[in-house]
Design a protein around this ligand. Sequence first.
Ligand code: UT7
Length: 343
Amino acid sequence: MTTSFVSNMSPDKVNLARITSVGIAVPPRILSNDDLSKMVDTNDQWITERTGIKTRHIVEKGVTCSDLAAQAALECLAKANLPASEVDLIIVATITPDMMLPATACLVQHKIGATKAWGFDMSIACSGFLYAMQVGAQFVVSGAHKNVLIIGMDIMSSIIDYTDRQTCIIFGDGGGCALIQASQKEEDGCFYDFLHEVDGSGGQFLCVPGGGSQTPASQKTVEDRMHFLKQDGPVVFKFATKRMPDLCVRLLERNGLTGKDIDVFIPHQANLRIIKSAVDRLGMPMEKVIVNIDKYGNTTAGTLPLAIDTALKEGRLKRGDLVLFAAMGAGLSAGASLIRWAY
Ligand code: UT7
């Protein structure tokens, strides 16, 4: 298998990178399908059959992205027994930052006391955590940093229109944080290869049209509900069921692998039907696939760290496992990556 990392910075110090700890944060309040059926014209049977979702977690008013991101980061650091003062870099993947600026990473840096860390946000929606993993890993592989925190966190309830039954049934709040550190040899865990692609021609199919430089916020944008997420569900569904498995297959093939070689598949939790179609294409049994969409819904950048946490807690992810991650979402964006799990 290939490791796709090449260091331009200090070729004499090229490392492998691995994930050494994961923490999560999910708000306690649960919004069930029955709750939603009292808000819009829907029902538990439709939502369960079409998406696999039963419940999602929603923040109380006033709880922000940086609040949950800091909570997840502190849990992640505590598990790694690493003081926040040792963190070099914080990358927050989110489309629901506390504010347009400053970057949520700066707020997290202050909240957790990571006094020497720099940081920035990444805005690529459901692919956010997957892309952030690769970006964070590069800083470790180059030898530039020892301890990188990557956070995938979204407060989707802040941009969801709870009168739109096509979107409000899908999304939830929450996410998690992973620590990336160096690894000396493959068996100790490492990032192997990745394949990411965007198709910007599909940007309009999943977007928040108001509040940016295209249509700055005004009374009219609010009246027209343009600050809420808009989605053409069937178009995104079609993209997801084709592009996500395509990338997985191409990534496996170029590493001489098939679905049978994968120990654990951790896909973005967008829709159970999307996950099952990818699993069919990969020819792997559902026992290898981590699914928690029934509990959390689609938390956008939060789904992958939440799924890692589920896999670890259920004892289904172990040191040495070859893990395939996959995601897709707004952009339209998609990706897949191969990782040897470290712990
Ligand atoms: O994370 C990445 C971002 N998003 C996604 O991955 C989402 C991808 N898309 C999807 O998951 C699915 O397209 C949805 C779950 C959003 C919708 O499921 P669908 O099977 O594609 O339904 P549809 O939009 O084709 O609608 C089928 C019917 C329509 O009624 P008619 O026209 O056939 O009478 C809709 O009006 O279902 C209706 N419908 C609903 N009915 C009850 C749509 N939403 C609901 C609802 N409850 N919540």
